[in-house]
Design a protein around this ligand. Structure first.
Ligand code: MN
Ligand code: MN
Length: 465
């Protein structure tokens, strides 16, 4: 046995030491993580848009004893309910033994991801090819979205009130779509553009067909044929695009990454990598002391705006309705509540280390990331969790043996970002960001580590149980 020196002994006691979770975790835990992530990958494949995520989440909740919350009905401790907000965001609640007024434990993740929305009048024909105009949603590097198989998801909302769901390009044998890029041979001018202009917003045009409607005369016969196909399948005309929400997303499925299969690659992991843990955790909660609420929000990627985003009063009303059901005060309930804002952080990429400040950056396999503040330019646009609340969360994670780390979103003044934390903080709730480190965030294919995903789930469960 080697002898431990005095300085080593003292270092062990005084220094902050974070270790690779795959080294410190027992094999059984790593296996649990692998099993857990099979469910996660399946969820990713069936929930590529916020609408699909709500549907999948509600289905899972219902199968586990959740019923739709009815205002005016009385629920008792242990009851499980959900509130569906327009099919695009939802809250899942397990009623606690203590009154709601004494505060609830909230986990909040978002289920929208960067993508390409179709414009209201998208379809056109050029050089006898049919294309769709798009308007990108969220922060993307536009050049990443070309020459990549795309699938179309969304809805046509008809004037008679019916809604027609669209999903083309996910199943084997279904066609896909593509945005074409310029060949390198003729790109001598294009390559002089800056990276952000490499592909411009109005160049994100999706190829959707080339077969003309067979007729001797007339123009736009390819477009006509596409509309004929859409009319046959969905009963829609060109005008129905005006009240549609149709989105182009990457057609690929979630898969393991690496010879050792320790990682996951998929579209939309920001922030389904936290939404799935929040959902599965609240589903597992039984008879909590405090009421547990998991909220899956829309519109985070464009500023949490709109009535399905977290800047809206949706969460406020959810807590309010729960408090009022018991004759409690909604404001007092909010003020006593605590939240884990479950969102991703940027993991440190070996190839792009220079944007990170090593001592405060997060790393893959080092566990779930607690991010005290986000923001940019001197912490602008962050709620900056209080030391007291971070201490509480630290204690909770350590007590449960959860592998965790802290993170900062890049070096000071190199960029920045935000989460839903500040909107929840505005309601008087104590909140801190906690989530999974991601590589290639906002790309059509993002990478996470299985152990971190599992630790995120375990953190969510410990917080709400
Ligand atoms: Mn996010
Ligand atoms: Mn994001």
């Amino acid at each position: 046995m080697s002898e431990v020196s005095k300085s080593e002994e003292l270092k062990e006691k005084l220094f902050l030491r974070r270790k690779n979770g795959r080294l410190t975790s027992e094999d059984a835990v790593l296996s649990e993580a692998d099993v857990y992530c099979e469910g996660y990958k399946a969820f990713l494949d069936k929930a590529k848009t916020e609408r699909e995520a709500v549907k999948a989440a509600v289905d899972m909740a219902k199968a586990n004893g959740f019923t739709e919350f009815v205002i005016g009905r009385e629920y008792k401790a242990g009851d499980k309910v959900y509130i569906n907000n327009r099919g695009k965001s939802a809250a899942f609640v397990v009623i606690g033994k203590e009154p709601v007024e004494s505060g609830v434990n909230i986990t909040a993740a978002h289920i929208d991801s960067p993508r390409l929305d179709l414009k209201p009048n998208p379809l056109y024909e050029e050089l006898e090819l049919a294309l769709l105009k798009t308007h990108y949603y969220g922060g993307i590097k536009k050049y990443q979205w070309t020459a990549l198989p795309l699938a179309l998801h969304g809805v046509f909302a008809m004037k008679d009130g019916t809604v027609k769901e669209v999903s083309i390009g996910e199943e084997d044998g279904e066609p896909r779509f593509v945005i074409n890029d310029l060949l390198p041979h003729l790109a001598s001018e294009q390559v002089k553009r800056t990276l952000s202009e490499g592909i411009k917003g109005e160049e994100l045009n999706v190829l959707v067909g080339s077969h003309p409607f067979k007729d001797d005369k007339g123009s736009e016969l390819v477009k006509l044929n596409i509309l004929k196909l859409l009319n046959e399948k969905y009963g829609v005309t060109e005008e129905d695009f005006l009240s549609a929400e149709l989105e182009m997303v990457p057609a690929h499925r979630a898969c393991d990454i690496g010879f050792d299969r320790s990682l996951i690659g998929a579209y939309g992991q920001d922030d389904r990598v936290c939404a799935y843990p929040a959902l599965t955790a609240v589903i597992k909660v039984e008879n909590p002391a405090k009421t547990a609420v998991a909220i899956l929000a829309d519109k985070e990627e464009i500023g949490s705006c709109g009535n399905t985003g977290l800047e809206s009063d949706f969460l406020r009303y959810v807590i309010g309705d729960l408090a009022k059901m018991q004759g409690g005060d909604p404001t007092v309930a909010l003020r006593n509540s605590k939240c884990l804002s479950a969102d991703v952080n940027a993991g440190t990429d070996p190839t792009f280390q220079d944007v990170m400040e090593r001592r405060n950056a997060s790393f893959l396999n080092y566990g779930v990331v607690v991010t005290k503040y986000t923001g940019a330019r001197g912490k602008s646009g962050t709620s900056d969790a209080s030391a007291e609340y971070v201490a509480e969360v630290r204690a909770l994670l350590d007590k449960a043996g959860i592998v965790w780390q802290t993170g900062e979103l890049g070096k000071v003044d190199i960029g920045g970002g935000g989460t839903v934390a500040m909107y929840i903080a505005n309601m008087g709730v104590d909140v801190v960001d906690l989530g999974v480190p991601v590589l290639s965030m906002h790309a059509p294919f993002e990478t996470t580590a299985k152990l971190d995903v599992y630790m995120c789930y375990r953190a969510m469960y410990e917080f709400m149980k």
